[in-house]
Design a protein around this ligand. Sequence first.
Ligand code: SF4
Ligand code: SF4
Ligand code: SF4
Length: 353
Amino acid sequence: MKLGPVVKARRSSQIILTLVVGVIGVQFTLWIRAHLAGRMPTVSRPPGAEGFLPIDGMMATRHLLHTGQIDPVHPAALAIFLAIIAMSIIVAKSFCSHLCPVGLISEWLGRLGIRLTGTSLSLPKWLDIPLRSLKFLILGFFGWAVWFALSPQGVADFLDSPYARIVDAKMWKFFAPPSHTTIAVLGVLIVASIFIRDFWCRYLCPYGALLGVFGRFALFKVTRNADICTDCRGCTAVCPARIKVHQLQRVSSIECTSCQDCVMACPVEGCLTVRAPSLLGGWKSWLRPVAVVAIAVGIWCAVVLGFRVTGHWRNHISEQEYHRRIREMDSPLYTHVGGMAPKEDQEDSSALQ
Ligand code: SF4
Ligand code: SF4
Ligand code: SF4
C-alpha cells in the first residue's frame, strides 16, 4: 500500500497534539497538586485542559447560540468543541484521523494487534451493528441532558455554578490516582483495541458519533469516479472503518474519518478523490490529498488561534478563587446537585473560608 506524505502529515499532526496534551497534563497536575498541598502554584493552569470537558463544550455552544455570549468559565472548552465540529463540517470527521490523540493510540494498538496475530478481528454483522449503536445511545443521553433537560437559564446557571468552575479539577481527582475500576476498564479497552481495530472509536466514543453525524453533511468527502474505477477493491481492503468504498459514489458513512487511506491505495489516478459535491460549480476540482490534511488541521488552528488573539482562550477565575475552591472540592457544594444551590448558599460557603 502506498502511504506516502499524507499519512506522514496527518500522523505528524496527531503526534504533535498528543505531545501537547501530555505537556498540558503534566502542567495541570503540578498546578492542582500545589493547590491541594496548600501552596500557590508556580505554574499557571493550562486552558487546554478544558479539551477534556466536551459536555461543557456542548453546553457552552448552546449558551452561545441562545445568548451570543462566550462562556467565560470554560472558553477553551468551547473553542476546542467548535474547532472539532468545524473540521467535521468541512472535511468529514477529520478530527479523528488528523488530531485526536486517542485515535492515534487506538490506531497504534490496532497495528500492534496485526503484528502479534497477523490479522485484525472484525465482529460479525449481527454484533457489530448493535454495538455501533452504543455510541449513539451515549451521545443521545448527553444531547438530551444538554439540549432538553435544562432551560437556557438552567444552562447559564450550571456553567457558572461552583461545580462547573472546578469541574476540571474534579475530573483530575477522579482519575488520579485511578481506582481499580478505572484501571480494569482501561485494561479491557486496551486489550479489545489490540484485537479489534478502533474498538473504542467504533463502538463507544460519543464524540466520534457526534462528529460522524456532522460529517455526513460535510462539504468535502471521498468520491469515486465509477467511469474509470476498475473494481479492484483495493480501497475497501485498506479502509479502517470497514466501508465498502468500491461500491459507493460518494462516501457518506458516519464512520468515515477522511483518513484517505483508500485514496492513497487507489491505483487509478483521479478515480478516488476528496471533493465537494459537483453541484457546487466552483468547487468541482478535487483537492490534492495533502491539501485535505492542511485544510483539516488549518481549521483547528484557525479557531483556536481566533479565541487566543481575541482574549477568549483563558478564563478570568483568579488563582485565589481556585485555591479556595479546590481545597473544599469534596464538600457537597461541588456536586451536580449541590453546585446548583441558590447563590446565597454558595456565598455562605465562601464566607466559611
Ligand atoms: S472516535 Fe472519539 S476517540 Fe476515536 S478518534 Fe474520534 S474523537 Fe477520538
Ligand atoms: S479509508 Fe477512505 S472511506 Fe475509509 S475511513 Fe479512510 S477516507 Fe473514509
Ligand atoms: S481502489 Fe480505485 S479502482 Fe480500485 S475499486 Fe477502489 S476506487 Fe475502484
